[in-house]
Write a protein that binds this ligand. Structure first.
Ligand SMILES: NC(=O)c1ccc[n+]([C@@H]2O[C@H](COP(=O)([O-])OP(=O)(O)OC[C@H]3O[C@@H](n4cnc5c(N)ncnc54)[C@H](O)[C@@H]3O)[C@@H](O)[C@H]2O)c1
Length: 365
């Protein structure tokens, strides 16, 4: 299979982890006889420094021409401490999502048994958890009108949704529920918010076309509590942009670390694949970042954008085998991990590639 893949490393640890996502793609292409061609582009703080623009036109042009994008992260401490900065790295990310029409963010909460102890939650509560979040990406308070009064003492962010924005992600989520355990939970705040009342109305209408899927509606406050009380209760979770942002970070603790979770942003064209974590200035440039979320993002790309299920399963299995062999980065190590098994970014990435080599003749379903 011939594919053009754009790599956008971004800032901070984005650069370190994406290197390993790309190496995995190269290995897969070699092993399965695919023809993956790579190009690279800048976004975020590095792009502001180089061009003054967090999403240069050249990057957007390359993104539009590619079949899939592997992204690292954006962000720099300088902007975190200066909320008044007009040009900001995250504008690049919001703009590329809009321009590519990426309306659904998929975040699988994949729990490796070997990491049951890395979570702050009890292993017996976590074991067997398998959730797929669908977070809406193009509406909500992120894009509504923003206002600050002249005396600077009043601020507002408009939360808004169009029916079509809710419909298209709801259909994708129901389709996924049909392929999984046929359970879907839609999370909103319909007791308070008008946008949530529209959300619930649309989900209820579309649910009628999927009678084989058991549909539940839950308020966000209850969902946030149930997620840590009984995460196995959930399978497909469908929610709006802001609620999804918060819930999925909460859910990252189920998997043990932000460094383990991958995500896919999809629309009707090019797919965008990235770890859920940010640029992590606190550990950037120190070879401490966990590259597994970037590698698992590659597995999502192979399956969702290219339909390469066997290759995707191969990547996930290589990660599982690396963990089974006891190797850990600092974020997923616990007090039972021997110091010689705690690896840096480069060493962990290399271990996953070694696991590939050992599995040459194994067939994965
Ligand atoms: N999608 C994105 O690009 C994205 C997402 C979130 C935050 N950000 C940006 O990233 C910057 C830092 O934000 P933050 O600190 O809130 O979130 P973060 O995800 O960068 O880091 C949160 C914590 O998790 C740790 N961590 C994150 N990824 C890790 C990994 N792969 N391996 C090991 N540890 C890891 C960090 O060291 C930090 O302690 C900010 O500028 C923010 O705007 C970008």
């Amino acid at each position: 299979m011939k594919k053009n893949i754009l790599i956008i490393p971004g800032d901070g640890i984005g650069q370190e982890v994406t290197t390993w996502g790309k190496k995995v793609l190269e290995k897969i292409s070699e092993k399965y006889g695919h023809d993956f061609a790579f190009d690279e582009a800048i976004m975020g703080h590095v792009a502001i420094e180089a061009t003054g623009n967090p999403l240069p036109d050249e990057t957007l042009e390359k993104a539009r021409k590619s079949d899939a994008i592997l992204f690292g992260a954006i962000g720099h401490a300088k902007y975190d401490n200066d909320p008044s900065a007009k040009v900001r790295p995250e504008q690049g990310l919001l703009k590329i999502r809009k321009e590519l029409g990426l309306y659904a963010n998929l975040r699988p909460i994949l729990l490796f048994d070997e990491l049951l102890n890395a979570s702050s939650l009890k292993p017996e509560i976590l074991k067997g958890t398998d959730i797929l979040f669908f977070r809406e990406l193009t509406g909500d308070v992120y894009f509504g009108e923003k206002h600050r009064s002249n005396d600077r003492n009043f601020a507002s962010d408009l939360m808004n949704y169009n029916r079509y924005e809710i419909e298209r992600i709801t259909i994708k989520a129901f389709e996924a529920a049909q392929r999984r355990s046929k359970r879907l939970c839609s999370v909103d705040k319909a007791n308070v918010l008008e946008t949530s009342r529209l959300w619930r109305e649309v989900v209820q209408e579309i649910a009628q076309q999927y009678p084989d899927v058991e549909t539940e509606h839950m308020f966000i406050d209850n969902a946030a509590m149930q997620l840590v009380k009984n995460p196995k209760k959930f399978d497909v979770v469908l929610t709006a942009n802001l609620f999804g942002d918060i819930l999925t970070d909460e859910a990252s603790q189920i998997a043990g670390s932000m460094g383990m979770l991958a995500s896919a942003s999809i629309g009707d064209g090019t797919g965008f694949f990235e770890p859920i974590h940010g640029s992590a200035h606190d550990i950037a440039g120190q070879n401490k970042a966990n590259p597994l979320a970037s590698i698992l993002s590659v597995a999502l790309m192979l399956e969702i954008s290219f339909g390469l299920k066997e290759e995707a399963a191969f990547v996930t299995k290589a990660v599982a085998d690396t963990l089974k062999a006891g190797f850990r980065t600092l974020d997923i190590a616990d007090n039972t991990t021997s110091p010689e098994l705690i690896l840096g970014t480069k060493e962990m990435g290399a271990k996953v590639l070694e696991a590939f080599a050992e599995k040459k003749n194994v067939v994965y379903s």
